[in-house]
Design a protein around this ligand. Structure first.
Ligand SMILES: Nc1ncnc2c1ncn2[C@@H]1O[C@H](COP(=O)(O)OP(=O)(O)O)[C@@H](O)[C@H]1O
Ligand SMILES: [Mg+2]
Length: 212
């Protein structure tokens, strides 16, 4: 059984048809790359998968293991979509701690370890509003992975990162795959997609065309 299966998905905004009868399926333990030009619907696709937006038609089936009764947001998913809502006047650690307090699955030490892993200094007192683009991106990645989520939906995870950080995060994602995690990622950089992905879908003519 697929972890996520999309069938006959359609979605439009005010006459702008993004998807029409689109289909795709994602199996566990693999890395999937999603490519498509700006505005083709990559972020919308991720929002539909995690329940932030509903398709106009079609179905999104999810392995029951990840479904919850209370919310449409799937269990054990970590996501980066668009810009997360941080508290600008707080530090990176304080922001992650606030999010971690919702589920209370992890300790302060866990948060600090994840921050170091993505290349952020957990002791840094700097407010998030003064973070560089790359630092904000690392914080978004830390937020997506800190609870050891099994499925990661990463929309443009390499945006704003310098070359060393890109290399580090790429390796981390490959390690995650070895550990059995499932990753869907978008990038406009074909090199990232080709280096990491087992399978690639391209948004083309309002469908999800599987390239490999
Ligand atoms: N909530 C929304 N309301 C209206 N239009 C939207 C909304 N979300 C996305 N769109 C439009 O859908 C198109 C695809 O957006 P998006 O998925 O963000 O593209 P991308 O492939 O660059 O991530 C864009 O034209 C965008 O303006
Ligand atoms: Mg996008």
């Amino acid at each position: 059984m697929s972890l996520i299966r999309l069938e006959k998905i359609s979605k439009s905004f005010r006459g702008n048809l993004l998807f029409e009868q689109a289909a795709a399926s994602f199996d566990s333990g693999r890395i999937y790359g999603i490519i498509g030009h700006n505005g083709s619907g990559k972020s919308v696709l991720f929002k539909m998968i995690c329940g932030f937006m509903r398709p106009d038609g079609g179905t999104i089936e999810m392995d029951p293991k990840y479904r919850t009764k209370r919310t449409t947001f799937p269990k054990n998913f970590g996501i980066i979509i668009d810009r997360p809502g941080y508290i600008p006047s707080k530090s990176g650690f304080e922001n992650l701690k606030k999010l971690a307090d919702i589920q209370r699955l992890i300790t302060d030490q866990d948060i600090k370890e994840v921050m170091r892993r993505v290349g952020l200094d957990p002791e840094l007192k700097q407010k998030v509003k003064n973070y560089s683009l790359g630092m904000k991106q690392k914080l978004a990645i830390a937020q997506a992975i800190m609870e050891n989520q099994e499925v990661l939906l990463l929309d443009e995870p390499f945006n704003g990162l310098d070359q060393d950080s890109i290399t580090n995060i790429r390796q981390m994602l490959l390690d995650f795959k070895k550990a059995g995690k499932t990753i869907l990622l978008t990038s406009h950089n074909k090199e990232d997609i080709d280096l990491l992905s087992d399978h690639v879908y391209q948004i083309n003519q309002r469908k999800l065309e599987q390239l490999y």
